[in-house]
Design a protein around this ligand. Structure first.
Ligand SMILES: [Zn+2]
Length: 415
C-alpha cells in the first residue's frame, strides 16, 4: 500500500471518529440539561420550550451522525474502492473522448453526491422540521428548489470546470495562476450577483412597509452609512417558520435581509437592534475580510493542486491508476476536506469573534437590552439549544452560545 493511501484512509477514519465523538458529546450535554432551564433564561424560556429545543437539537445531531458516516463511506467507495475510475471507464466505454468525457465524468460525480444528500435533506425537512412545527416547504416546492439548484449549479459550474480543464491543457506550467484568477473573478461575480439576481430565483424580496418601523430603520441605516434601500424583507415563511437576518453582497448589491418571520416576531426596538448588529458586520468589513481570506486560501489551494498534479503517486494512491486532469480536480476537491478538518474550528472561532464585534457595534448604535431580548426570542423560537456541549460548540458553532453573548451585552445582569 502506498504511504499516501494509508495517510488518507487514516485521516478519513480519524476525522469521522472525531465528528461522531463531538456529536455524541453534544447529544449527552443537551440531554443532561433537558429538564432544567438555565437560570438567566428562567423568566423568558418555559420548561416546555427548553425541552423542545433539546429534543430538536438531539434529532438534528443524530441525523448529522448518519450523514457524516454515509459521506465518509461514499468518499471511500469513490476513491479507495475505485468508484471514480469505474465512472471514467464507463464514460470511455460510452464512446466519449477528450473534454466532453472529462466534463461528463465530473458532472456524473457531482450529480451522484447531490443525489446522495437528497434523502438526508428530505428527512430533515419533512420529518424533523415538520415534527417540531417549523416546516412549511411542500414536496412540490422541495422538488422545485432541487431542480432549480441543480440547473443553476450546472449552468455556473460546468463552464467554469471546462475553462479549468482547458487552462490545465494549454496554459503551461503556470496554469494554476490563471485558474486561480478565473476562480477569483468567478467568486467575486457570484458574491455580487447573488443578492440581486440569483437569490430572487428562490425567494421574493421587498422593501419595508412605510410606518414607524421603516422610519427608525432608515434613520439607523443612514447614521451608519448604509443605503436604506438595501434593507430588505424576504419571504422566509415560504419554507419554514425559522427567523433570521443576514448581511450579504458586494459593492452596490450590498443588502441586509430580514426574514418576514423575524420582522413579525420582534418589536420595532428589537428589529433596530438586530439591524444594528448586521450593520456592524457591514461597517467592520466582515464580508470583505472573509472573502479576502477565501481568495488567499484559494491561491494556496491552486498552488497545491498544481504540485499534486506533478506527483505521479497522487492519483494512483487514491484509487485512480490511469487518470487525467479531470481526475486530479475531482480527487483534490473530494479529499481536501478530509485533510482540512483542523481548519474548521479556526474558521468557527473567527466567525464567533465577528459576532461578538457586531454585538458590540450594535450596543453602541442601538439598545443593548433590545438586542439581548431579540436574541433570547431568536434562540427560543428557533429551538436553538441554550446548553450546547462546550467542546462541540468550540469546534462547530459559527455563533457564540446565547449565554456568552448576553453576558457581554448586559454585563451587570448576567451574574
Ligand atoms: Zn451576526
Amino acid at each position: 500500500m502506498h504511504f499516501f493511501t494509508a495517510l488518507f484512509a487514516s485521516a478519513l477514519l480519524a476525522g469521522l471518529a472525531l465528528q461522531l465523538w463531538l456529536l455524541g458529546r453534544q447529544v449527552r450535554a443537551v440531554r443532561a440539561h433537558r429538564d432544567r432551564v438555565p437560570a438567566p433564561f428562567a423568566a423568558s424560556v418555559s420548561a416546555e420550550e427548553h425541552a423542545r429545543a433539546a429534543d430538536y437539537t438531539i434529532a438534528q445531531a443524530k441525523l448529522s451522525s448518519l450523514e457524516r458516516a454515509a459521506g465518509a463511506a461514499i468518499l471511500a467507495i469513490l476513491t479507495l474502492e475505485g468508484g471514480l475510475a469505474a465512472i471514467d471507464a464507463a464514460m470511455a466505454a460510452a464512446g466519449l473522448e477528450g473534454l466532453p468525457r472529462q466534463l461528463a465524468v465530473i458532472a456524473a460525480v457531482i450529480l451522484l453526491t447531490v443525489l446522495a444528500s437528497l434523502p438526508f435533506d428530505a428527512w430533515r425537512t419533512f420529518r424533523i422540521e415538520s415534527r417540531f412545527g417549523f416546516n412549511r416547504t411542500t414536496p412540490r416546492l422541495f422538488a422545485a428548489d432541487f431542480v432549480k439548484g441543480l440547473a443553476l449549479g450546472s449552468a455556473f459550474l460546468l463552464p467554469l470546470v471546462a475553462l479549468f480543464l482547458w487552462l490545465m491543457a494549454r496554459a503551461g506550467t503556470r496554469w494554476w495562476l490563471w485558474a486561480w484568477a478565473v476562480w477569483a473573478v468567478f467568486t467575486l461575480l457570484v458574491g455580487w450577483a447573488w443578492p440581486r439576481f440569483l437569490a430572487p430565483l428562490f425567494n421574493r424580496f421587498r422593501e419595508l412597509e412605510d410606518g414607524v418601523l421603516r422610519t427608525g430603520v432608515e434613520a439607523l441605516a443612514r447614521r451608519c452609512g448604509f443605503e436604506p434601500r438595501g434593507v430588505m424583507v424576504m419571504d422566509g415563511s415560504k419554507r419554514s417558520t425559522h427567523g433570521n437576518a443576514y448581511f450579504t453582497g458586494i459593492g452596490r448589491t450590498k443588502r441586509i435581509v430580514f426574514f418576514d418571520t423575524l420582522i413579525e416576531a420582534l418589536s420595532p426596538a428589537e428589529v433596530q437592534a438586530v439591524l444594528a448588529h448586521e450593520l456592524g458586520h457591514f461597517r467592520l468589513h466582515h464580508v470583505a475580510m472573509r472573502m479576502a481570506g477565501s481568495l488567499a486560501a484559494g491561491l494556496a489551494g491552486f498552488a497545491l493542486l498544481a504540485w499534486l498534479g506533478r506527483q505521479g503517486w497522487f492519483q494512483p494512491a487514491l484509487g485512480v491508476p490511469d487518470g487525467g486532469p479531470h481526475m486530479l480536480l475531482l480527487l483534490f476537491v473530494l479529499t481536501a476536506p478530509v485533510f482540512l478538518l483542523p481548519v474548521g474550528p479556526l474558521a468557527a472561532w473567527l466567525s464567533r469573534r465577528h459576532e461578538f464585534a457586531a454585538d458590540r457595534f450594535a450596543a453602541l448604535h442601538a439598545d443593548a437590552r433590545s438586542l439581548a431580548s431579540a436574541l433570547v426570542r431568536l434562540y427560543r423560537d428557533n429551538a436553538t439549544t441554550l446548553t450546547p456541549d462546550p467542546v462541540y460548540a468550540a469546534f462547530h458553532a459559527s455563533h457564540p452560545p446565547a449565554l456568552a453573548r448576553i453576558a457581554r451585552l448586559l454585563p451587570a445582569r448576567a451574574e
